[in-house]
Design a protein around this ligand. Structure first.
Ligand code: ARG
Length: 467
């Protein structure tokens, strides 16, 4: 029998019936459905819809369902259950008899699904924040290991200025810490309890919503029953945060792929995370990175799918909302798998510091420093820029670097050049003049590492408090 069959005279069209079921995907919500049902049953006891014995029996039955699900995956292979709510009701009835049917008193699947999805999102957020903290920690450790090694920084993918390898890795620490923070912000809006909202207008029973809220570890009850049963912006915000995370991951992946090419040769791909070619014996391919880049597309797609499926829906619940589930699950599960793999990859990768350092020493990346030197001698920057540009042109003709020009050659472009300019053209001194907070001067980078460490351990504290 259907949960709603009373007013129907005809059975459902079998094709339609199969097509509209959500159990094939919402069965992953079972754990949350059981948790929410326990809290709801306790609230029903308080308003005396359930006797103490009935409550005990329902709680026992719900625990049994959890045990059965843990014991065998085939338990969840139900070809009939319409959704996870229907499944639990049927299983509970089979276990404890008709008292199971009292559990739905004053309750609607509309508030149930909103609750389950919030619990699912909350737990995923907590895991992800913990994984992101691990990733940031590994990136930081690699930054510390890199010491004073330098590499080129690129703009427009052209060599721009030398930076410390540590400075480059810390850029990713920032991105991933921001992603973790964003998820933390989102969590505040996720962690609200819809139970008691009923189908749309609020429960017809005088339920203790605060008790259910506390029971489920929510921060507060939702404020409006119409909104609580119909909005999915908490899921949209979460998945959109994931799409920003995915964009960061894909930029990271792309950069590592590029740096692992023979042309760059900065990165040696870890064998444990690469594959070979069935055709070309010499190949070692960056599969983990490529799949990361590819899966980012899928997460961004999920964010769009989820958002657009709620566009233009009149209040309150509409079945369209069922379509928000799969993008939520897909984005969430894709990200949860990606982040720990990226972390392991970062642990395993080897950097070719010698090659990076060599690259940092060529390509006129000291030109900015040379112009800055001239401004120190009173030349307006615009002119200094022009003069150094001309010197670069001469180097290109002679196939050499700025430091290879004689002082006479340099003076042709600007009389302000003195012999001390050569001291300013080494990688070390170019690095050292970027001496501002957030800059790549080695002392600043050391400071940044210390600060990042503190932020990571603060994040770790928050994440643990939630776990
Ligand atoms: N499977 C449904 C969903 O995911 C549960 C809510 C059904 N509510 C209803 N009024 N038909 O949205």
């Amino acid at each position: 029998m259907k949960m709603w069959s009373g007013r129907f005279r005809q059975p459902l069209d079998p094709e339609f019936e199969r097509w509209q079921r959500s159990f094939p995907f919402d069965r992953r919500l079972l754990k949350y459905e059981l948790e929410a049902s326990r809290a709801y049953a306790r609230a029903l006891r308080k308003v005396e819809v359930l006797s103490a014995e009935e409550l005990a029996s329902i709680l026992f039955g719900l625990d049994q369902i959890a045990e059965k699900a843990a014991a065998s995956t085939s338990f969840l292979e139900d070809e009939e259950a319409e959704d996870v709510h229907d499944f639990v009701e049927k299983q509970l009835t089979a276990l404890i008899g008709d008292v199971a049917l009292k559990l739905h008193s004053g309750r609607s699947r509309n508030e149930q699904i909103a609750t389950d999805l919030r619990l699912y999102a909350r737990e995923s957020i907590d895991h992800l924040r913990s994984f992101l903290t691990d990733l940031a920690e590994v990136l930081l450790a690699r930054a510390e290991q890199a010491g004073d090694a330098a590499m080129p920084a690129y703009t427009h993918l052209q060599r721009a200025e030398p930076v410390l390898v540590a400075q480059w890795l810390l850029a990713y620490v920032e991105m991933f810490l921001r992603d973790a923070e964003r998820l933390g912000d989102c969590r505040r809006r996720v962690n609200l309890c819809p139970l008691g909202s009923g189908a749309v207008a609020g429960s017809t029973l005088a339920l203790d919503r605060d008790a259910m809220t506390a029971d489920l570890g929510f921060d507060a009850p939702t404020a409006n029953s119409i909104d609580a049963t119909s909005d999915r912006d908490f899921a949209g915000e979460y998945v959109n945060s994931l799409s920003l995370l995915a964009v960061h991951l894909s930029r990271w992946a792309e950069e590592m792929i590029l740096f692992a090419t023979q042309e760059f040769g900065f990165v040696h791909l870890p064998e444990a995370f690469s594959t070979g070619s069935s055709a070309m014996p010499q190949k070692k391919n960056p599969d983990l990175l490529e799949l990361t880049r590819g899966k980012a597309g899928r997460i961004v797609g999920d964010a769009t799918a989820l958002t657009v499926s709620t566009k233009g829906l009149p209040l309150a619940y509409n079945k369209d909302l069922q379509e928000t589930q799969e993008p939520l699950f897909d984005a969430s599960e894709t990200a949860l798998a990606l982040v720990p793999l990226a972390t392991e990859w970062m642990k395993a990768v080897a950097f070719d510091y010698t090659r990076m350092q060599k690259a940092a020493e060529s390509g006129f990346m000291n030109a900015f420093a040379a112009a800055t030197y001239l401004t120190g001698k009173g030349v307006p920057f615009r002119l200094a820029h022009e003069q150094v540009g001309k010197a670069v042109q001469l180097c290109l003709e002679k196939n050499c670097e700025l430091q290879d020009l004689s002082i006479e050659e340099l003076r042709q472009f600007s009389p302000a050049f003195d012999r001390d300019v050569y001291l300013r053209l080494t990688v070390e001194s170019v690095l050292a003049i970027h001496d501002v907070p957030g800059g790549t001067a080695p002392e600043r980078v050391k400071q940044a590492i210390t600060e990042a460490k503190q932020r990571i351990s603060a994040m770790r504290g928050v994440v643990h408090a939630h776990a």
